[in-house]
Design a protein around this ligand. Structure first.
Ligand SMILES: NC(=O)c1ccc[n+]([C@@H]2O[C@H](COP(=O)([O-])OP(=O)(O)OC[C@H]3O[C@@H](n4cnc5c(N)ncnc54)[C@H](OP(=O)(O)O)[C@@H]3O)[C@@H](O)[C@H]2O)c1
Length: 276
């Protein structure tokens, strides 16, 4: 099993748990119930552990049953081992969630996979899997849980995107496109549900110290930007969700790169050409 390096920043977990009380007045926060995909590893796993510490009842979703059991033991959560690339998986997950958790306060879509193959060498199967897990599965899960959230007049949706989706990263063409799809999805959905008690938060992590790189078949070899601890990303994105923020960038300075990209794409392309 992948063991991430110890965080290089102070553990602010207690801060996160404590800060939840500041938003306790807002309906549905801190969450009493949460469904977390990608809970067996990396960012989703850390988010599930944090939610467990907030006494939130969590349904953990992933494929690796052993890893899910380990997280379930630490969170007193339930788990369901399911391949989210299989059509209809979201219906199974949503129905288990209703049975085990009842009303759902929070949906965290963290499951995802990368791809580092040059686009002209990517197989159709690999492309289809990327789209299924990174785009279709979060959209289908949101569609499955949203009607009940809207009916109750509260709910939180947290999507894990990537800076690659905002900027487009060479060597990760298909992956960037799947994460860009989440930007459009989150923006449109947020606008559609505005004023109805449901918030949509999109997290833009940079590079995070998880099994992601090994799994995509290409290790992260650059010295900069530095790898962020998965726990830090989980803490920041949950805080942002509690506040009802639309976006959260980890680290924060990455939003500057996106602003340069938006305001002056030509300059951005020149800089990206120099710095990669
Ligand atoms: N690490 C980074 O640098 C980075 C940067 C930006 C964005 N992100 C995004 O962050 C999210 C979490 O990634 P991570 O870094 O935490 O990677 P990770 O440690 O590899 O975790 C990926 C998670 O997704 C689950 N998953 C993948 N394919 C699945 C499938 N077909 N069905 C069900 N579950 C599936 C995995 O479950 P199993 O292990 O049980 O298969 C695992 O729990 C992803 O959406 C990724 O795109 C990561």
């Amino acid at each position: 099993m992948y063991t991430p390096a110890r965080p290089t920043v102070p553990d602010s977990r207690l801060h996160v748990v404590a800060e939840q009380s500041r938003f306790a007045g807002s309906r549905g926060w801190p969450p009493r119930t949460a469904l977390v995909t990608g809970a067996s590893s990396g960012i989703g796993r850390e988010a599930a552990l944090l939610l467990g510490e907030m006494n939130c009842k969590v349904l953990l979703v992933g494929r690796n049953g052993v890893a899910l059991d380990e997280v379930a033991a630490s969170t007193s959560g339930h788990r369901i081992a399911v391949d989210l690339s299989v059509p209809g998986a979201e219906a199974t997950v949503a129905s288990r969630s209703e049975d085990l958790l009842g009303d759902l306060d929070l949906l965290v879509c963290a499951a995802g996979l990368g791809s580092a193959s040059p686009f002209d060498q990517l197989s159709h199967e690999a492309l289809a899997e990327l789209v299924a897990v990174n785009v279709l599965s979060p959209m289908a899960l949101v569609r499955a849980v949203l009607p009940a959230m809207l009916e109750r007049g509260h709910g939180r949706i947290l999507l894990v995107g990537s800076v690659a989706g905002a900027l487009g990263v060479r060597g990760e063409v298909a992956y960037s496109a799947t994460k860009a799809a989440l930007v459009g999805f989150a923006n449109a959905l947020r606008s559609e549900v505005a004023g109805r008690g449901v918030t949509v938060t999109l997290c833009f992590p940079g590079v995070v110290d998880t099994a992601f790189f090994r799994r995509r078949g290409a290790p992260y070899v650059r010295r900069w930007p530095r790898l962020q601890p998965a726990r830090l990303v989980a803490e920041r994105m949950l805080l942002a969700t509690g506040r009802g923020q639309a976006e959260i960038w980890v680290p924060r300075w990455l939003s500057f790169a996106a602003r340069v990209h938006g305001v002056t794409p030509t300059l951005y392309r020149r800089l990206a050409g120099i710095f990669g």
